[in-house]
Design a protein around this ligand. Sequence first.
Ligand SMILES: [Zn+2]
Length: 114
Amino acid sequence: MARNRPCSVCSKWFRPNLRQGNRQHTCGSPGCRKEWHQRACARWHRKNADYDQHTRWVNRLVKDDPSDQRGRHPDPLATINWTLARGEIGLKVSVLVEETGKVLLQRARDAIPA
Ligand SMILES: [Zn+2]
């Protein structure tokens, strides 16, 4: 059974809900819950500082998927915006990644019986 504890926002003592137990950090008032949520979001964004930048870059890098009706694309590597990739990571690294992708794709195709 969870014991009384101080609210992490307003420091008022409260008894945690039995179902939430040690996971409950606030007294439950809407203001404290909102403040706790904002703090949790700020903590998460500090811990995952590059998440938003990563997501934006992936969205710019991967083109809309022009797959056919059976969900296949004739050239999966064509879904990558290689011009953007070269501009961001440099020509040599971009070419290395692109050629590695081609080799892996060919190996995968060879492994599938006709
Ligand atoms: Zn509170």
